[in-house]
Design a protein around this ligand. Structure first.
Ligand SMILES: Cc1cc2nc3c(=O)[nH]c(=O)nc-3n(C[C@H](O)[C@H](O)[C@H](O)COP(=O)(O)OP(=O)(O)OC[C@H]3O[C@@H](n4cnc5c(N)ncnc54)[C@H](O)[C@@H]3O)c2cc1C
Length: 381
């Protein structure tokens, strides 16, 4: 069943994008995982072919495409491998901050380069001492003439090594009460004096995803680089987290579908006790359970995508999709590996990396515990 938000042109676009990935991504992905990074040359090719931020207004070099194109891009990237999530983050999570809150001058300066791939973006909220508790970040930005002087540290930042432009959450008013009213968003550019990158972090999974620490020591950021208004950063973040979490749910749903298909192929060709493994009723039941959960996830995420495209405020539904689908994908990963037997534990089988990659989807973009906190708030308890 095709989702209602997908029209003929989205299917044509999907075919074209898949062909592009078959040439430019699938053959290189294992090498990227070994090298621990997606090369910038791939980003540039994505840009040249119109696959970066296609939703951006034509005036700034985009295609004015609707969110269904983003869904297609995120799904097809996930089918190659979860480490490509950094591209979805650039396309649908960070660049929208500039489009929504940037001044005309900022948009003209940065958006065309986000579309072409000359600029890779990142968003830096998390710090060593504050992740879920975002209001308690301690990075400060003190106004000094035409500059903000930024001090602090960020960690776990996706695209942190490649990033040319980073939207950094900092306290412009550390005394504000409640504390979230003191948060502002500053755009820190690549060569900002006092800004340095730490090591590329070694992770359990997502080996090719670029994740890094960032340091700001009296970093001199032009006051011009403030995004929107001072003290409104927390509200901007809350507004944009709906799409961020939806992108994570879409990726996890796609990962579950991929893992199911890998497992189905495997059990159909593997034999034991004179039969194909797929002929054992216990195996069939487990696949039936997985198929059911995956179908439930797909139905729900498609509904949420439709509502998001209709401009509805669906923070609760997105939180439901994010926690349930990522947990479902974790269950599918564990079953899928088990049904591959010993081969599932071997690196040459794709399920091994899929199993490693999926758990973080329940952690980033807000942990699943935080998703449940948001849902519970709406339950009038
Ligand atoms: C691969 C990767 C990429 C990431 N990319 C980015 C990025 O690009 N930008 C960025 O800013 N951040 C990024 N993050 C950070 C991520 O968003 C945080 O790790 C996440 O929000 C959790 O924060 P924390 O790690 O500080 O955990 P903590 O907040 O310390 O939480 C620890 C545990 O306590 C639980 N907990 C905390 N508070 C509560 C509560 N009130 N009720 C119940 N349970 C609670 C949490 O759910 C969790 O299980 C990334 C992380 C990873 C691993």
């Amino acid at each position: 069943m095709t989702a209602r938000y997908l029209r003929e042109e989205h299917h044509i676009f999907r075919d074209a994008f898949r062909k592009f990935l078959e040439k430019e991504a699938y053959p290189h992905y294992t090498e990227w995982e070994k090298r621990g990074i997606i090369p910038r040359s791939f980003w540039a090719k994505m840009g040249e072919n119109g696959f970066l931020c296609p939703w951006v207004d034509e005036k700034y070099g985009g295609l004015n495409a609707d969110f269904a194109y983003s869904v297609v891009i995120n799904e097809e990237l996930e089918k190659v491998g979860s480490s490509l999530i950094g591209i979805g983050l650039h396309n649908d999570i960070v660049t929208p901050y500039i489009a929504s809150y940037g001044t005309e001058e900022q948009k003209q300066k940065w958006l065309p380069k986000c579309v072409s791939g000359e600029i890779i973006t990142a968003i830096a909220m998390t710090e060593p001492g504050a992740g879920s508790d975002l209001a308690n970040i301690s990075t400060t930005a003190v106004k000094d003439g035409d500059y903000y002087i930024v001090n602090g540290q960020k960690t776990f930042i996706t695209n942190g090594i490649h990033a040319d432009l980073i939207v950094v959450a900092c306290k412009t008013d550390p005394q504000a009460k409640p504390p979230h009213r003191g948060i502002s968003l500053l755009v820190v550019e690549r060569d900002t004096p006092g800004f340095t990158r730490g090591r590329k972090l070694e992770k359990v999974g997502l080996h090719a995803q670029d994740t890094a620490e960032l340091f700001f020591q009296d970093a001199k950021v032009p006051a011009y680089n403030l995004l929107g208004e001072e003290g409104k950063g927390f509200y901007y973040l809350m507004e944009k987290l709906q799409q961020e979490r939806l992108v994570v749910a879409i990726a996890a749903q796609t990962a579950a579908e991929v893992m199911f298909s890998l497992t189905k192929q495997y059990v159909k060709q593997r034999s034991a006790f004179g039969k194909r493994v797929s002929e054992f009723q216990t195996v069939q039941f487990r696949l039936a359970e997985m198929a059911t959960e995956i179908a439930l996830g797909r139905t729900f995420v498609d509904r949420v995508i439709e509502e998001h495209m209709a401009g509805k405020q669906i923070v609760t539904e997105v939180s439901m999709a994010k926690w349930w689908i990522t947990e479902m994908a974790k269950r599918v990963a564990a079953e899928a590996m088990q049904l591959h037997g010993g081969y599932g534990y071997m690196e040459e089988y794709e399920i091994a990396r899929r199993y490693r990659d999926i758990p973080v989807s329940a952690i980033y973009a807000g942990t699943n515990e935080m998703m449940k906190t948001i849902i519970a708030r709406q339950l009038d308890l």
